[in-house]
Design a protein around this ligand. Sequence first.
Ligand code: FES
Ligand code: FES
Length: 197
Amino acid sequence: MSDSTNHSRRSFLKSTAIVAIFASIPTSVKAFYQDVKDFILPKKSILPIKISVNKKVHEIKTDSRSTLLDVLRENLNLTGTKKGCDHGQCGACTVHIDGERALSCLTLAAMVPGKEVTTIEGLSTGDQLHPMQEAFIECDGFQCGYCTPGQIMSAVACVKEGHTNSVEEIKEFMSGNLCRCGAYNGIVESIQKVAAL
Ligand code: FES
Ligand code: FES
């Protein structure tokens, strides 16, 4: 018998055994575990929320478990905020909430009503780019651009927080924003440029 026939026979026997084991679990035990699962897992509930983004109020209905990142991108079509890791590790989703930088992938949309959210789309004034956006262009602060919106939102906050006293300090306070293209030198230079204005 060939290896592949042997393999599929083994897989079949394994899956049959699993089905048999599952079927032998008493219904009362299965019901108990379903109750535990229902208790532990948050339930889906649709919430009406009022959310102010870039000084515009939106009234939407969303799953109470939706992240701010998903609501920005999927409900409000503000796709400038990027989804990188979706786990708080890359900084691509950085926005400002009441002027402070925040990771929108780790923020529930239900947490922001009553607060002002600013995304990269809200940073410029009409056709006039924010000085940090101009500095990124002038200093070559991006290559593919995927991390750039998050980098710029963090960079603006970094200057506002006053963490620009040295290259090391800038690097430390920008360390939550990863750039797979390695545009770090241009990013630091952009921040220095804006900090010196
Ligand atoms: S997408 Fe939020 S930190 Fe990576
Ligand atoms: S510019 Fe490409 S990931 Fe940063």
